[in-house]
Unconditional design. Structure first.
Length: 82
């Protein structure tokens, strides 16, 4: 279970892992349960376009694409020589 949120300039990824394994043999029966939650917050360096954020989970890899907002794009500043 994964949840991604964007609030201002902070991207937060929260998740919870639930896993259960069972082993049966002639002499024993073993069940292991692993549970754990995690949360990571990343402060983004510039304003982003929240409407265009894209998250893709493929083959166990989460890829989050965060495009810059229009005011965050680089601008060329002319230099006046005197």
């Amino acid at each position: 279970d994964i949840e991604i949120s964007l609030a201002g300039d902070t991207l937060t990824v929260k998740g919870e892992k639930k896993e259960e394994t069972t082993q049966k043999d002639e002499r024993f029966y073993r069940t292991e349960r692993c549970y754990g939650a995690f949360s990571r917050s990343i402060r983004l360096p510039s304003a982003v376009d929240g409407a265009k954020v894209l998250a893709v989970f493929h083959n166990g890899v989460l890829t989050v694409t965060v495009p810059k907002g229009p005011e965050a794009k680089a601008a060329t500043i002319p230099i006046k020589v005197t």
